[in-house]
Design a protein around this ligand. Structure first.
Ligand code: BGC
Length: 444
């Protein structure tokens, strides 16, 4: 069998991680611009990043040469609406108009994420995701972007990883706005999910061509210990339980995709009910695909050991210290499509490492090739088993600003020298190019 002919092979980025030009052409400040000082490794920031704002033509040319079918990128809310609401910055929109035109000319399908974390600072000062007014603030921004870009854009994702911007942003305090306020989680959860529902309505109301809409969540995916029916069932139960706290999958996905909200999450939040039936209906808008960012899986405890079932002494890990668990793509495809009953788009998968330009002027990254090869074999296994998988998106097209970890972590297929902005295609870029050209036929 193998991958269907129209399989979407892609790569991704996010505005704040690549664009730079953080004060140019009328852009406003986002929370990562305004609040990250001193909270990022080496005191780094996204002010210049990959300067993609000025290098986008060169970057799209590399994507074209790579043979990408789609490119997933995000629109920066503060670039388009510097104060978050009201005034629209046409120059900011022009950048995205030019980018989607360039992608169109290269034959690459643009896929837009509407919110990938850099909330306008002006809105943070009014409470950000804690303030219910954000539901309409977001709807207003989504209307502006949909009107401007939907002539070219058909694929939309409302939110990237609520698990992270809510959990790491408001509970753990590792990501902007760097708050440790677990008590704000019920309000943040309500506002995020209601904003998602409103955004879907706005996209459908304003789109100039039939939109395909999803989200790009992530979450704790538990791996079965073995393939016995009992072990698979145990893992499935854990996957959709509240065990992972704000990183649990059902917390953020059940309401948009199923129209229900998990009771065990309510218990965890200390509330009897978080949404009225009318609110759940508002969140549960029709969606077209199930996007998911999937890098690894959570292992089950191994009795008498400090390790778990995905790790062992000396087991493979990326430079993020994330375990290499290729089977995550197979089990993810199975569990997620069986529960949410929509085609799955892997909206992110990839690995960070400390790549460098070698003496021969090339970037040799055999680990990334091996990682990709192993993960994609498992994705093919899922396709062969009949689970509806519509595409795969490598994170990331190029090295970029890895949030609180700064620039040490390189996820790209393209290496970026931040001193000169010189791009060098890594070995994995060429490997992925062959993979796309053969539609996965070169996988062992
Ligand atoms: C995010 C990306 C991030 C990547 C690697 C995801 O959590 O959506 O912005 O760079 O994973 O950490």
């Amino acid at each position: 069998m193998g991958f269907p002919k129209d399989f979407f092979w892609g790569a991704a980025s996010a505005a704040h991680q690549v664009e730079g030009a953080y004060l140019e052409d009328g852009k406003g400040l986002g929370i990562w611009d305004a609040l990250a000082g001193g909270r990022v490794a080496h005191n780094e920031n996204g002010n210049t990043a990959c300067d993609h704002y000025h290098h986008y033509k060169e970057d799209v040319a590399l994507m074209k040469d790579l043979g990408l079918k789609h490119y997933r990128f995000s629109v920066s809310w503060p670039r388009v609406m510097p104060d978050g609401t009201g005034r629209v910055n046409e120059k900011g929109l022009d950048f995205y108009r030019a980018l989607v035109d360039e992608l169109g000319a290269a034959g690459i399908e643009p896929m837009v994420t509407l919110f990938h974390w850099n909330l306008p600072y002006a809105l943070h000062q009014q409470g950000g995701w804690k303030n219910p007014a954000i539901i309409e603030w977001f709807a207003g921004y989504v209307e502006v972007v949909t009107r401007a870009l939907s002539g070219r854009v058909r694929y939309w994702m409302t939110l990237n990883e609520p698990q992270c911007f809510a959990g790491l942003g408001y509970e753990v305090g590792e990501h902007a706005p760097f708050q440790q306020e677990p008590e704000s989680l019920p309000a943040v959860t309500r506002n995020v999910l209601l904003a998602h529902g409103r955004a879907v309505q706005e996209i459908r109301r304003n789109a100039q061509q039939t939109p395909h809409i999803g989200m790009a969540p992530t979450g704790s995916l538990y791996m079965p210990r073995d393939e016995s029916p009992a072990a698979v069932e145990e893992a499935r139960q854990l996957c959709f339980s509240a065990l992972g706290g704000s990183f649990s999958i059902a917390w953020w996905c059940d309401a948009p995709y199923l129209g229900s909200f998990p009771e065990d999450v309510c218990r965890r939040l200390g509330v009897k009910e978080l949404f009225s039936p009318g609110e759940l209906a508002q969140i549960h808008q029709p969606l077209d695909f199930f996007g998911f960012n999937l890098y690894h899986a959570v292992g089950l405890p191994v009795p008498g050991s400090a390790y778990d079932s995905t790790r062992y002494q000396g087991s493979p890990r990326t430079s993020m210290d994330w375990p290499v668990v290729p089977e995550a793509l197979y089990w993810g495809a199975k569990f997620l499509t069986e529960r949410y009953k929509l085609p799955l788009l892997i909206t992110e998968n990839g690995m960070g490492s400390n790549d460098w330009v070698m003496l021969d002027g090339q970037v040799h990254d055999p680990q990334r090739i091996d990682y990709l090869h192993r993960y994609l074999r498992e994705l093919r296994r899922a396709v062969d088993a009949g689970f509806p998988v519509m595409g795969y998106t490598y994170w990331s097209i190029m090295d970029n600003f890895e949030w609180a970890k700064g620039y040490d972590q390189r996820f790209g297929l393209v290496y970026v020298d931040y001193r000169t902005q010189k791009r060098t295609c890594k070995d994995s870029y060429y490997w992925y190019r062959d993979l796309i050209a053969s539609n996965g036929a070169n996988l062992l």
